[in-house]
Design a protein around this ligand. Structure first.
Ligand code: FAD
Length: 187
């Protein structure tokens, strides 16, 4: 267990000190092991858990800046940081994908997506993504860069919709992830 994760025992002890204190803040997801899952939880909920359970977070060995967890780049990722980094990787893979991939490349790509959906560290996200992938019309389309880039954009939009965010215009996936915007803003 990572030193910064509160154990169930610590949380229960915290409960017994104050019966009105919830064991975990609302919004903190538990992992399959029954412990709080950092990569399934936003950093604000994570911080709230330590406050409400009265569990001191790990005392830093070195002097740390007073930045909020979400602004720091040297802490384990929360659900949003993990998501942004993962989408960057996934869309960048589509951007580097060949226009005419070999059958072997297409098979490897499908295999990668299947494994990715099983190994994604936020288990609730992974489970929903696997369900989405299994719907017939959502099967990965990998016969060209253009197809794959659009498919990834649609996959990302499915999560955006689930989270109540705006859909991204998939006509512009390549500007966002491969060529840069037509107005030259990325040059
Ligand atoms: C497979 C997967 C499943 C996830 N499931 C969940 C979940 O169940 N619950 C949860 O809370 N979070 C989930 N996430 C994380 C979530 O999708 C976001 O990454 C996170 O909320 C941070 O969002 P954001 O607004 O910073 O931008 P992100 O959604 O991370 O997007 C990053 C950038 O990509 C661009 N972009 C946005 N949409 C598209 C698109 N459709 N196509 C191309 N580019 C686009 C935009 O420029 C945006 O700034 C998941 C992430 C992944 C990779």
């Amino acid at each position: 267990m990572a030193a910064s994760e509160p154990s169930l025992l610590e949380a229960q002890k915290a409960d017994s000190r104050d019966e009105h204190t919830p064991r975990f803040s609302k919004g903190v997801e538990l992992g399959p092991d029954g412990k709080p899952c950092r990569t399934c939880t936003s950093s604000s909920e994570w911080k709230a858990m330590f406050k409400s359970a009265k569990i001191p977070s790990k005392t830093p060995a070195v002097t740390t800046s007073p930045l909020a967890i979400a602004d720091r780049t040297d802490c384990p990722p929360d659900i949003e940081q993990l998501g942004r980094a993962s989408w960057t990787l996934l869309h960048s893979i589509t951007a580097a994908y060949p226009s005419n991939p070999s059958p072997a490349k297409q098979t490897e790509t499908r295999d990668f997506l299947s494994l990715f959906s099983k190994l994604y560290p936020c288990h609730t996200c992974a489970s929903d993504f696997q369900t989405w992938l299994k719907e017939g019309r959502n099967a990965p389309r990998v016969s060209s860069r253009e197809e794959f880039g659009r498919w990834m954009c649609e996959a990302h939009n499915a999560v955006n919709v689930k989270l109540g965010k705006e859909k991204f215009d998939c006509d512009r996936w390549e500007e966002r992830w491969r060529t840069g915007w037509k107005d030259g803003g990325c040059d």
